[in-house]
Design a protein around this ligand. Structure first.
Ligand SMILES: Nc1nc2c(ncn2[C@@H]2O[C@H](COP(=O)(O)OP(=O)(O)OP(=O)(O)O)[C@@H](O)[C@H]2O)c(=O)[nH]1
Length: 161
């Protein structure tokens, strides 16, 4: 049991800023959107300590600095593996990427099911919660935001491989 809880809450031992400090510079001035979608995560509700299970979609518009793509998923995990509320987790992921990479913009969308309301309390299975945090161009430019959100609605090319 102790090992399980150490795993559930190992995010407190991770520094999300550290995860993003190594960046790639030789990217031929790539400056279009980078989007990692369907990042599955498992978190725990800080009110009831029961699971929040969902997916995060994380995008940014680089300004010179491009990060290893797995690091975006690691940042999601670093915040998910803590006691959370979904709105705070969404903001933390976006704010950290924004502060460390200083991109032109960041967009984070999270869709999750909260077992504190599907399996107890109000008992509403099948309900999911959607939150988003848009910064920089994702907030100020509706075309950028629309491009991001429209990609989320497209089927993936890899078929989830
Ligand atoms: N942006 C970008 N990152 C990539 C691409 N292909 C691989 N990567 C990332 O390149 C990074 C290499 O980082 P390292 O820290 O050297 O590799 P690692 O120790 O295997 O890192 P993890 O994959 O996080 O375990 C990883 O984050 C990969 O996900 C790509 O096409 N674009």
């Amino acid at each position: 049991m102790v090992r399980s809880y150490e795993e559930f809450f190992c995010g407190y031992a991770e520094d999300p800023v550290d995860l993003l400090t190594r960046t790639f510079s030789e990217v031929e001035d790539y400056d279009e959107m980078v989007l990692l979608r369907d990042i599955r995560f498992e978190s725990h509700c800080e009110h009831h300590m029961v699971p929040i299970i969902g997916v995060a979609h994380v995008a940014y518009l680089p300004r010179k600095r491009v990060v290893g793509i797995s690091k975006l998923a690691r940042v999601v995990d670093a915040y998910a593996r803590r006691f959370q509320i979904q709105e705070r987790m969404t903001a933390q992921i976006a704010n950290t990427i924004n502060e460390v990479l200083q991109p032109r913009g960041v967009g984070v969308v999270i869709e999750a099911s909260h077992q504190c309301m599907t399996t107890r309390g109000v008992h509403r299975p099948g309900v999911s919660m959607v939150t988003s945090r848009m910064l920089g161009t994702f907030r100020s430019n509706s075309d950028t935001r629309r491009e991001f959100l429209s990609i989320l609605n497209r089927p993936g090319v890899t078929g989830g491989v």
